[in-house]
Ligand binder design. Sequence first.
Ligand code: BGC
Length: 832
Amino acid sequence: MPLIDEADLLRRLAAMTLKEKVALLTGADAWTLTPVASAGLAALALSDGPVGPRGTSFGADTPPSLLFPSPTSLAAAWDEETAYEAGRLMGARAREMGVHVLLAPTVNLHRSPLGGRHFECYSEDPLLTSRIAVGFIRGVQSAGVAATVKHFVGNDSETDRMTYDARIDERTLREVYLPPFEAAVREAGVWAVMAAYNRVNGESMTEHRDLLTGVLKQEWGFDGVVVSDWTAARSCEATALAGLDLVMPGPDGPWGDALVAAVEDGRVPAEVVDDKVLRILRLAARTGALEGVPALEGVPALEGVPALEGVPATPAPPVPGDVRDRLRELAIRGSVLLRNDGLLPLPPGLRKVALIGPNAVRFTAQGGGSAHVTPEHVVTPLEGLRRVLGADTEITVHAGVFPHAKLRPLPPGMATDPETGEHGVRLEHRTADGTVLTAEHRDPAPWWFPIILADEVAELVVRTRLTLPAAGLHRLSVLGTGRHTLRVPGNADQFHERLQEGDDIAALLLNPPSHTFTFTAGAGPIDVELLISPQRNLPYPVTLTGLGYEPPRGTDEKELEAALTAARAADVAIVLVGSDADTETESLDRTGLTLPGRQDDLVRQVCAANPRTVVVVNAGAPWLMPWAHEPAALLWSWFPGQEGGDAIADVLTGAEPGGRLPTTFPATEADVPILSTRPDDDGVLDYAEGDRIGYRAYRPEGVLFPFGHGLSYTTWEYLRAETVDDAADGSVDGSVDGSVDGSVDGSVDGPVDGSVEVTLRNAGDRPGREVVQAYLEQDGALRLAGFAAAEAAPGQTITVRIGVAPRKPSSGPHRLRIGRSAADLPLTCTAI
Ligand code: BGC
């Protein structure tokens, strides 16, 4: 990697005026920065995010991209190299889309399973989070694209995220919440960090001088850019002096003229602004956006990005040949086989398979919020199963139950603009006396469209001609806030009002509320009208709307009965339950862990109807599974990305499920150590539990599936573990044989930092992959200290070496426990 020529950056800085400098420090718009001709600086483009580069637009015109498995799935691979591979592919794709800065990874922790962005973070454990983040960041940046580690820090839940004050004591911050950021900076050399919305110990994170300047820049030596989370910068001097470098989005924001004035009258030293600009120039040099600075070695020059005129809407290039296979492999690596009575892998020659469940018909490839990307395609489990099972297997499909709160967007071609006949709707902006100010054609596919409200607009009217596929009871959902009235011929007018609380515009855009209207009508075209009185007491003149639809169907009882009949008649029933992008999403924590709707009931009834039932859970975060021991096999697929259906089918038919849980799965809600993510009345979110989160806090009987758990299709015998003193040239210090049950007594004082060699045998009849985990045990508490993957042929014995993370100052006796999960540790090492 070429070194940055700092003298060159200083020369470019010197060529800029104060106004130019300050203009660079706030976005030119939501996703790009202002180009600066005098400095040879192109318009840097930023894009979310953790499941693939979305590109520089959001909403109906988002360009198609690659959709990766969600971060919980990536973390479940427990493998830095896999994370590197994912990062490199994502970086390459970002580059193709003209993106310089990818807003990922998210390394906040799974403090509570209710956290809305749980699917977007890696783990409840700081070490696992750090290792995955380091691999991912190195991969992204190897493609010449900046990774942005976020959200610094304490943004582990979403309720009141703009304002809550996370009270975290110094030791907990240092040992639990800061380490993933520290590893990102010190080990992976990340080029950007995002400052979070929330406060920490009384200080807003965008104004947190101790953490932004003291810890991040001075102590860790971070030389990249600190960017605000979108709209998180709410002051001028305080943020500028604290160490924030870039305010997003733009063009408005708290800096601009106010910062120029602050510099001119000495409240903010000019060097403070210069340092920010230098950091942005350095970022540009690293990402190929500085004229005359070659792109990284081995990284092709950005094509189609003019040097000084912002980033054009480059058409998405074709997917490279084997990218789909690689995305599928990533999803397989993350799949966690939780239980298997021997039904899996499915045998060949199945005559009839019943595919059942809400996620079988509405498969969830990704979670919601700013991480959302528009995939080029999504392979569904039905398509995947058809491919692997072949034409001789009959597959029936039934939803069984309907738990989703929001309907799917209107299918393409179903709605036409009554004026133009194009796909979409006619939108009229009217004044209070009904005068039509403007009328325009809008296309609601695939999601929603924003509407800018002129001052005199009192009402919006959406008119569209729907071609109904069948006669019966139709469900039409409307996204957005305000008062909605639906007019359908032959039906009485229906009203609904939903007002937005607070001024978190991101919450409205990312997670618009939805209301479902019903009406009866025959098949064929029908003109419907939706009147919207938009909410006008908000700080911004914008609203949005989108339409969803569900065709007539049988009653819930009839649909369930049809699913059970299919299950009884099948050789094997495959039930896909789970959640969706509306339930697991940004700006919203979940309120409970029971699967939405009647899904628990569905699983139980199908298991009773057919003992050869496998349940696949399609969700990004833990949900309760009170029926977990009823199906013959249980597979956790996460939100597996665009190739997810193929990956699920492959695992069901024999591909080695590579995943291990990156987070503990609780037995009941009462067992969850931190169940509330609601700040108190003063806005304080007290992290009083200190480092007791995740597996460190659960009682054993409260755990359904432990941290680190996941089955292989083969079986493993743990034979031996030997500690190695790296400093003493690999000599073996102490070991205990695997035949013991871990009760061996023996512990040592002193710092832990070295390796352990673990010998294990593939005792089954298939090749397999095992994730060997080493935990430090001290005072009865465990802490993950290292891990490594082992691959072996049937009967083969192998030895893997696990680097053990240095421990903070030691106190008291400790020992290393080794095994396949936090609750299954057959080997113990007495010394290291
Ligand atoms: C999210 C960030 C994201 C940003 C830009 C914010 O609402 O918290 O993670 O990168 O929006 O979309």
